[in-house]
Design a protein around this ligand. Sequence first.
Ligand code: NDP
Ligand code: MG
Length: 360
Amino acid sequence: MRERRIALLGVTGSIGRQALEVIDATPELTVCALASGSQPLDKLAAERGVEHVQVGGDLTDVLEASQPDVVLNAVVGFAGVRTTLWALEHGVALALANKESLVAAGELAVSAWKRGGGLLLPVDSEHSGVFQCLEGRARETIEAVVLTASGGPFRNHSRDDLESVSVAEALDHPTWSMGPKITIDSATLANKGLELIEAHFLFDLGYDRLDVVVHPSSIVHALVRFRDGAMLAHLGQPDMRIPISFALTYPERRATPVSTLDFSEALELAFEPADPERFPLLALAREAGERGGTYPCAFNAANEVAVAAFLEERIRFVDIAALVADALDRVDGAPAADLSELVGADEEARRLAAGRVATT
Ligand code: NDP
Ligand code: MG
């Protein structure tokens, strides 16, 4: 493998820090640019001799300046949209953790990807698993993709119990250690909803061929069903360093420090259906995806506002879904012709959701 210069966007986050570990363990990977939202990066940049650094603002500036071989987009939320589009448009390999950008800008992103012709490698563990199960398969043999969900900390909570869960309880994820926004999304299953839409755009599959199953131990990350009835599964420890390394070293699949599954101990591989009554955000995301246009963008925007309000203890856990449903009812969902129209749709949904937060 030749040297790969990586622009690491969101370096101060959960994915960003784990990506630094992967990069340090792989001699051919070097960091050419670092970016965060607000935390200063001077010390980190000096330690590593990284010349190109940006804190906040339009992060395509640091990409233009550093001309990376790979963009690892590990920014959280819609803030990652411009850099996702930049990498796809320029045909620069994109290792994508920032699922919100693909959800919100799906159609614009796919067009940019087609024009740019570069690699789009999912970092999200389920999509990395799907990508690996699909590699080299003839398209007509693929019937469906099934994404697994841990079910989060409230898998066995009743609807009544969910009314009173605290922020601390929602942040206590049973299997994955992640940043706060995605941890709340995992507790509401909005994360799996975002992932359905992400899979639709990544793998060009209709929503009728995308399914979700709850799998509490998070060992099976994804399943692909073929037309002969066979399924392939992707298994591994729930450790993001594996999909990060896969994306950054593709197609070489370099070694990682992560241990493999230990079959000398009993291993739980249970599956159960997701409950749409207690976790309405999953169905809301699917519906937004099916309606298309800027509905996925609005779903994401309203969800970001609602999650932030929940983390600030301004609304209850169950209000998150109600806020998103309300915003989706009120936006027009018209397709965005360009980035400025998409930003407009994002802002409109945020405005509606923020209005509801204020009156909740
Ligand atoms: P964190 O909250 O831990 O980190 C977020 C990162 O984004 C920080 O570096 C933060 O910088 C940066 N950031 C926030 N706002 C902006 C902005 N406006 N402009 C530029 N940078 C910004 O999140 P995670 O690492 O958990 O998640 C990152 C992405 O990866 C999300 O899209 C998530 O869905 C996805 N993902 C995460 C997984 C995980 O295991 N954590 C698994 C699968 C996907 P600062 O510190 O300065 O605020
Ligand atoms: Mg995931």
